[in-house]
Design a protein around this ligand. Structure first.
Ligand code: PLP
Length: 263
């Protein structure tokens, strides 16, 4: 019998193959875990942007979660694009029902091209139902600002924002630094509910092939924790994975090319 850890991604499909479910499955495969998936929405999308979004109905989401829960031993899961409050509620309900333990919540909100991947009125549901279940939440700076309702413009406000996110019930948070202002350096800030914090600093990689970065980072984090790594060790590996994926980004399509999941 194979001992490969089984993981789950609950996210949207990107027809262009660079982000969402497709990025997650490729990352999981690269990192040696078995991927199951629950599709929350189908997007018509390429490297130029999102043309259309077709959310799944509540029943379709519930039935996929049921199929996973009744057969697989999920060692860790990640959530990505959840789009609306009913999909968030269904996801949270089933995480509790199946007692899934390691939960990475990537609070996907707006695509780089500006498309809304989470309805604005669903932010409250995300905070109320999903963040209390999170082992780790992985917002970028704009997402962290929406979650905590304050601007982040320095180390002090970033820490305050992280504390606020933990106050919603999450065990830990990583505020990713890709949207930071420093042209040379990016910093990912980790805070645990115990008060422990760490700064992961690295040179900024100058590239336009950045599509799917957030999904890929969260998927790598999920895979490492499924294999038994602690949060800090998993962040370290996920950061190295995303750096390699960005350094070796793919010149595919006329817009923002995808990061390279096999780098
Ligand atoms: N499409 C889907 C389905 C996603 O889940 C995401 C990101 O999480 C995106 C698009 C956005 O990708 P990016 O902002 O990296 O272009």
């Amino acid at each position: 019998m194979s001992a490969i850890p089984q993981v789950l991604t609950i996210a949207g499909s990107d027809s262009g193959g660079g982000a969402g479910i497709q990025a997650d499955i490729k990352t999981f495969q690269e990192l040696g875990v078995y991927s199951t998936s629950v599709i929350t929405a189908v997007t018509s999308q390429n490297t130029l942007g999102v043309n259309a979004i077709y959310p799944m109905g509540r029943e379709a989401v519930q039935s996929q979660l049921q199929a996973i829960g009744e057969d697989f031993q999920i060692a860790a899961l990640k959530t990505g694009m959840l789009f609306n409050a009913e999909i968030i509620e269904e996801t949270a309900y089933n995480i509790n029902r199946f007692e899934w333990g390691i939960i990475v919540v990537d609070p996907v909100m707006i695509a780089k091209g500006g498309a809304h991947l989470l309805r604005q009125e669903a932010v409250a549901a995300l905070k109320q139902h999903l963040l209390p279940l999170a082992t780790v939440v992985t917002p970028n700076i704009p997402e962290a600002e929406v979650l905590c309702g304050m601007a982040i413009d320095d180390a002090m406000t970033r820490r305050k924002a992280a504390e606020k996110i933990i106050s919603y019930g999450a065990e830990s948070v990583v505020i990713k630094g890709g949207h930071g202002k420093d042209p040379y350096v990016t910093e990912d800030f980790y805070l645990h509910q115990s008060g422990e914090c760490l700064l992961f600093r690295s040179a900024r990689i100058d590239t336009t092939e950045t599509h799917g970065t957030g999904c890929t980072f969260a998927a790598a984090l999920t895979a490492e924790m499924a294999k038994g790594a602690g949060i800090k060790e998993a962040i370290y590996v996920a950061k190295r994975f995303i750096q390699a994926a960005l350094t070796d980004g793919l010149h595919i399509g006329a817009g923002h090319g995808p990061t390279n999941h096999a780098a």
